[in-house]
Design a protein around this ligand. Structure first.
Ligand code: UDX
Ligand code: UDX
Length: 459
């Protein structure tokens, strides 16, 4: 197979945009085009203010755009020119019909396959970048080759493992790149050609090749395992609060076992982000549809535990604040689903804000990069939620502060100044265990941290 010189990606989102920018940077000899139906998003990629905040992304785009990286809405000419098409359109959880609430909504993906078929002018390698149910590649091949198309389409799976906030480092130095293909001569040749793209900067021994189904399932499995570790440590956090054990100490103790390892053992208000919940529900649905009830229930419990962690965090706030927050000013520090991103999809902060608003708290939301999204998502609460980019103004006069995103700037606040500006008693709820609780207690706060005994001046 000839070198995949013209690379196209359909979908300029959190996955497609950064991944293609990195390929352009590392493969100066190839041309990379990213198309999207969203013209505003494409315009943002071409401007100084990218569609979302991601550390280091601006520099990579600046160095490549107009040289070998191009953004466009013209899918027709882009497909006609391409040697390989990566598909990174969204595959959200279905909200209607069979499998609603669990199965992946594949309408955008199928629409994209039909567009590729419509505009192809020669044989094409098509690569699934989006996370998809196992065996989607077969369905994609059927759509692509339906209606007597004169061209051959080889469908591969190459899931993306980057995490938001560290996308550039993850892309530059990935733990592994996974490329799955059919194990036919044509499939293996296409696989080698895709491997060659990554081999321009990733050591060969980190590029894994598998059959296409293993690749599709590995992406769901990786996210399910990561989320399962968080739900496990969060389940322990509740027990710690009841028994006087400290979840950070427990996590450190178990994480020192090289078989367990230290990562993804941080207890908190719950996991968010566009992937974990969606991908686990997708796995649950796949298990169910294969008649694997026990396996489905096992994975579903990871999501249930996460929902419980979010609601019990608010229940703990209420309990601490004499069972009422009505009319009290509560400052929420952080709204993004994690630090170093403006992304708020499935953020636990929204659940916390919704529940506190239902309790008629007077909320002020503060985040360095996610306030635009917060304004839209919390608009239904009207005047009971306000937005403030300056943390000191957000906390002034507050009865309580809840830290919901582990932005470094929150840990670095002058907490004495925060305390002095609050109404007393001053409550501090650390939903990310990112503050110095002993120091805060000594200042005078009543401190409630996930998985730790409360530190209250009342008893
Ligand atoms: C997406 C999927 O949600 C995820 O399952 C997968 O793992 C990677 O791709 P993300 O990049 O975060 O993740 O999604 P999003 O930011 O929503 O980007 C998808 C883009 O595809 C959007 O910009 C959307 O406009 C575009 N799109 C969607 C098309 O260009 N054409 C379509 O038909 C549908
Ligand atoms: C995840 C996967 O890590 C990535 O490989 C995949 O490609 C996409 O999904 P992402 O959702 O961007 O990436 O972020 P991640 O760092 O995994 O965090 C997800 C959520 O878990 C965040 O809300 C984070 O705060 C939370 N988390 C993470 C914890 O609560 N505790 C931890 O120990 C780690």
């Amino acid at each position: 197979m000839k070198k995949l010189q013209n690379i196209l990606c359909i979908g300029a989102g959190y996955v497609g945009g950064p991944t293609m920018a990195m390929i352009a940077k590392k493969c100066p000899g190839r041309k990379v085009t990213v198309v999207d139906i969203n013209a505003a998003r494409i315009a943002a990629w071409k401007s100084d203010s990218l569609p979302f905040y991601e550390p280091g992304l601006r520099e990579v785009v600046r160095d490549t755009i107009g040289k070998n990286l191009f953004f466009s809405t013209d899918i027709k000419s882009a497909v006609a020119e391409a040697d390989v098409v990566f598909v990174a359109v969204n595959t959200p959880t279905k909200t209607f019909g069979q499998g609603a609430g669990r199965a992946a909504d594949l309408q955008y993906w199928e629409k994209t396959a039909r567009e590729i078929q419509d505009w192809a002018t020669h044989d094409l390698v098509v690569v699934e970048k989006s996370t998809l149910p196992v065996r989607t590649a077969t369905a994609m091949k059927r759509v692509l080759e339906s209606g007597g198309s004169p061209y051959r389409f080889e469908v591969l799976s190459n899931p993306e493992f980057l995490a938001e906030g560290t996308a550039i480092a993850d892309l530059e130095n990935p733990d592994r790149v996974l490329v799955g293909s059919a194990e036919t001569p044509e499939g293996l040749a296409a696989r080698e050609a895709v491997v060659d793209i990554y081999a321009e900067w990733v050591p060969r021994d980190r590029i894994l090749t598998t059959n296409v189904w293993s690749s599709e399932l590995s992406k769901l499995a990786a996210n399910a395992f990561l989320a399962q570790r968080i739900s496990s440590v969060n389940a322990l956090s509740e027990l710690c609060e009841k028994t006087g054990a400290d979840v950070t100490e427990v996590a450190r103790a178990i994480g020192c076992d090289s078989r367990i390892g230290p990562k993804f053992l941080k207890a908190g208000v719950g996991f968010g982000g566009s992937c974990f919940k969606k991908d686990i529900l997708n796995l649950v649905y796949l298990c169910e549809s294969q008649g694997l009830g026990e396996a489905a229930a096992y994975w579903n419990s990871v999501v249930e535990m996460n929902a419980h962690q979010e609601t019990r965090f608010v229940a703990g706030m209420l309990r601490a604040m004499f069972n009422t927050v009505a009319g009290k000013r509560v400052a929420l520090l952080g709204y993004a689903f994690k630090a170093d991103t403006s992304d708020t999809r499935e953020t636990p902060a929204k659940v916390v804000a919704d529940l506190l608003a239902e309790e008629r708290a007077d909320l002020v939301v503060c985040d360095p990069h996610a306030l635009d999204n917060a304004r839209v998502e919390l608009a239904p609460h009207g005047d009971s939620v306000t937005f403030e980019s300056d943390p000191y103004r957000a906390v002034a006069g507050a009865d309580a502060v809840a830290v919901l995103t582990d932005w470094r700037q929150f840990a670095a606040l002058d907490w004495r100044r925060v305390f002095d500006s609050m109404r007393k008693p001053a409550f501090l709820f650390d939903g990310r265990n990112c503050l110095d609780h002993k120091a805060l207690f000594d200042i005078g706060f009543h401190v409630f941290a996930v998985g730790k005994a409360p530190m209250s001046h009342f008893d």
